[in-house]
Structures are given as C-alpha cells and as structure tokens.
Design a protein around this ligand. Structure first.
Ligand code: AMP
Ligand code: ZN
Length: 471
C-alpha cells in the first residue's frame, strides 16, 4: 500500500486515486527567465521519484507540467518587475528567445539527471485564450472585481481560503508587509488579469514586451490562473489526483490555484498536494551574493580533486536520494564526491555479477515498503547496499537491483546489460585467484586471453571491473 504525505490534511495518507489505476499529476514547472539550478532540479528529481514509484506500483500515470513563459512579477503580491522582461534585459535577448533558451537548459538538465519527460508539457503563452475564458467564468459567478491595475479575485467570497497553508487571515494581515496594489480590497486578493500600462497616462513606463488583447483590456494573465487552466485542460478533469510543487508554493500560489479552481468548478481541485523542501548549499540559501548557485552544467565541469574524473549528473541524483523530499537538503562538493564514489562502487560490484535470475524476495519486499512509505529513498538506498553486500548469489542480487533501479533511476543496468558471458567471468575469477597468490605473470597472461575475447579487465579497490572493449 502506497502512502504519501498530503499537505492539505498534514498527514501521511493511503494513496487512493479517483479512477484507479489511472493517476493524474500536475507539476508546476519552471519559469524560464534564467538558469535552472541544482535547487530547482532537486524538486524535479523528487517528482520523478514519485512518478517512478507510482509506475512501480502499477498505476497508470499521466503527468502534465507547465512552462511559465509569460511574464510574472517578481513578488508574490502582484507588484514589482516582470520576470521574463527582467531576464530578457539581463541576457540582452527578446523574451521569446530567453524562454526558448532556458526551457532547453531545463530539459537538458532533466535529461542528464535521468528525469522522465512529462506526458504533456504546456506553455502558458499557448493557452492565453483558455485563461481568459476561465477568468470570465469567475467573473460570471461574482468572484472578481476590477480596479485600475487589473481584474482581481475577491478572496473574502471564498470560505476556507487558507485550508492548504493553515495560516489564519489575521496572521496574513499582520504579515502583509507586501506592497498593496491600489484598490485591492484584501491583502490576500490576487490578480487574474493585469492591465498593460496605458501609454497616455503612465509616463515613462516602457511598453510591455508580452501582452494580449482580452475582453477586460490589453494585458497579461496573473501567475496562478495558468496552472488552474492548464491542469484542468491537460488532465481533462476538474479534480486532480496529485499536484506537486516547492514548499514556497503553498501559501500563495497553490492556495490561489485552489480558490480560483474550486470557485469556477464547484469541485475539489486536488486530492493530494505534495511539496518538496529546499536545497541549501554549504548550509546556506543559494544566492548570487554568496556565489553558490550551481547549475547541472557547473557540476559536470567541476573536476574532482587529485585529477580524478569529473562529476556525473547521476552522482547528483544519488546525492538527492540521500535526503527525504520533505527535509531540507544540503549540497556540498564533499557530499557530491561521496555520492560519486558510492555510485562507482555500486557499478563496480555489479560488473562482476551473473546474469539476472530469480531475485531476493526479502530485499524486494523491504525496498517496496520503504518507497511506499512516503517515498523514503534514504531508507531504500540503505536497503540497496544491504542487498549488494549480502550473500545471495549475484544473479539474484542483479535481478533485484535492476528492479529497484526502475525507481532509483541510476541506470545501474547499463553496464550489466552487456551481460559478460559466464566463460569470461570464470576467467576473471581465475585471474583474481592468481593475483591473490601473487602469480602476476600468469594473471597478466589471463588478462591477455580475456582481451582477445573482447573484454578489458580493470583492477579496482573492490575487485575486477570487466568492460566490453569499445563500450
Ligand atoms: P524560481 O524560478 O527561482 O522562481 O524558482 C522556481 C521554483 O523552484 C520555486 O518556487 C521553488 O519551488 C523551486 N526552488 C527555487 N530554489 C530552490 C532551492 N534552492 N531548492 C529547492 N527548490 C527551489
Ligand atoms: Zn503552478
């Protein structure tokens, strides 16, 4: 039985999709105005683990993710600069060019980390019409009001506004240090549609780079509306099974997604809300001033000490798996080095294993329990190591480990898929014995024979590593 923590109920719950075995998931995707860093990518690896665990439990997943390529304001309070326009200026490109560039960067990082691609990727700018129709539905139901700045959602019309964050309205008011938009009735009200500045009245304000005609006036959608619109359209349902995001999405973005969706449809918007915690670097928040923002590309380029090979993105994936998704994680290069070493050791172990045969039920059962217990990947990894070190025949360990790797996503089966023939493995073992009794000359001759048959043998701390020549 799969159990996951639901932010809505604040409990670990049994997962029961609405239309089992089908599961529909929506993830808030990246805002493509700058590089996606290893903090962002921790989140998407977290989503990937969720999806792999669902697959492993034989659910049939449909996963939709949005790309926020329309300008949203840098503050959650519907004020401040437009992120896309800011990015365009910073990189001296058009908004459309930076949207393309950073979407590509995001998917390249995702691929390097072995994250499965969503079934459907939806760009906010492709669904402006649908967002307008959504706002009109809210308008018709009396949930909106118009001010000089745009069309706003009146949160006082929605009972239980804070059910996701659990924050009470009093705290929100007290914490409403955010700049208030003139005319906004309550601090929690939010923009559904923002008007472009009127050139005749707003002297000196530059014309917006991204704006659209609408029945309300020329402007652009608020941030939250794109997710409600695209989730319902993309998943073809008004109630989703799972919606994911970062913990910073809870108080504003997801709270607002809920109210506007439920106001429009009259139905529960999402059954299970799942939120990923943040990644720190050297124990600190990532920031430009600390110079500690790294992308996946930066990680690959960074050489390991003492001339060892560079880091692999999969080592970063391994590092992410070492912390539970609801816990803050800490990135250090020392931790990455340990993760790389652990990954190398796993591979070295496997390279000598026999062809996968009937697995180890005991370990498979424990692994399943760990992943089904709110995706406890640190526990799952420790079970993997116990399995590797166990006395089971290597063919059984191989069978179980490759199964587990469907969830871990560390591509462990790749070397093994070469399936080193038994006769070669026998020679490798003989060579090991020769080395043990220090018959190095005979061991070298054996290596030569193995090479003639198309395999290289490397001596590592953990024993022999066999690779097919040319792979
Ligand atoms: P941004 O594009 O910087 O607005 O970030 C988009 C989302 O990525 C945020 O809302 C978070 O959910 C997530 N995110 C940003 N920084 C981190 C981090 N250091 N660790 C984990 N997630 C992050
Ligand atoms: Zn969203």
């Amino acid at each position: 039985m799969l159990k996951i923590y639901n932010t809505l109920t604040k409990k670990v719950e049994e997962f029961k999709p609405i239309n089992s075995p089908k599961v529909n998931i929506y993830s808030c995707g990246p805002t493509v105005y700058d590089y996606q860093h290893i903090g962002h990518m921790r989140r998407y690896v977290g989503d990937d683990i969720l999806i792999r665990v669902l697959d492993f439990n034989n659910f049939r997943v449909k996963h939709v993710m949005n790309i926020t390529d329309v300008g949203h304001l840098v503050s959650d309070a519907d004020t401040g600069e437009d992120k896309m326009e800011k990015g365009a200026r910073k990189f001296n490109k058009t908004v459309w060019e930076i949207a393309k560039m950073f979407e590509e960067q995001f998917f390249a990082s995702a691929k390097a980390l072995n994250i499965k691609k969503p079934d459907l990727v939806m760009h906010a700018t492709d669904y402006i019409k649908e967002q307008i129709v959504f706002i009109q539905a809210l308008e018709k139901k009396g949930y909106t009001y118009k001010i000089d700045d745009g069309i706003y959602f009146d949160t006082s019309k929605f009972s239980n506004y804070n059910k996701l964050s659990g924050q009470n309205l009093k705290d929100m008011k007290a914490g409403a240090r955010v700049e208030m938009v003139k005319g906004k009735k309550h601090p929690s009200d939010f923009a559904l549609w923002k008007f472009s500045p009127n050139p005749s009245t707003s002297s000196g304000q530059p014309k917006r780079l991204m704006e659209w005609e609408s029945p309300f006036g020329i402007g652009f959608p608020g941030w939250h509306i794109e997710c409600s619109t695209m989730a319902i359209k993309g998943l073809e349902t008004e109630t989703l099974d799972i919606h994911t995001g970062g913990i910073d999405h809870i108080a504003i973005h997801h709270t607002n997604e809920i109210v506007q969706s439920e106001a429009a449809t009259g139905k529960t918007f999402v059954k299970y809300w799942m939120h990923h915690n943040f990644l720190l670097v050297d124990g600190q928040k990532m920031s430009k001033s600390l110079g500690n923002i790294y992308t996946v590309e930066d990680i690959i380029k960074k050489a390991m000490p003492a001339g060892r090979q560079g880091f692999e993105p999969l080592a970063l994936r391994y590092l992410y798996l070492q912390t539970h998704y609801r816990q803050e994680a800490n990135f250090t290069f020392e931790a990455l080095e340990s993760a790389q070493t652990a990954l190398n050791r796993l591979r070295e172990n496997i390279s000598n294993w026999g062809k996968p045969k009937v697995g180890c039920a005991e370990f498979e059962e424990r692994f399943l329990q760990a992943i089904n217990n709110d995706l406890n990947m640190p526990e799952a990894l420790s079970i993997v190591w116990e399995l590797v070190k166990s006395d089971y025949p290597t063919s059984a360990k191989a069978e179980s480990l490759f199964k587990m790797d469907q969830v871990l996503g560390l591509n462990l089966g790749q070397d093994q898929k070469l399936e080193v023939p038994e006769e070669i493995m026998k020679m490798v073992k003989e060579r090991e014995e020769l080395r043990k009794i220090q018959s190095y000359h005979l061991a070298d001759q054996m290596r030569g024979r193995i090479k003639k048959l198309g395999y290289n043998v490397l001596d590592t701390e953990k024993g022999s590593l066999v690779k097919k020549i040319g792979k």
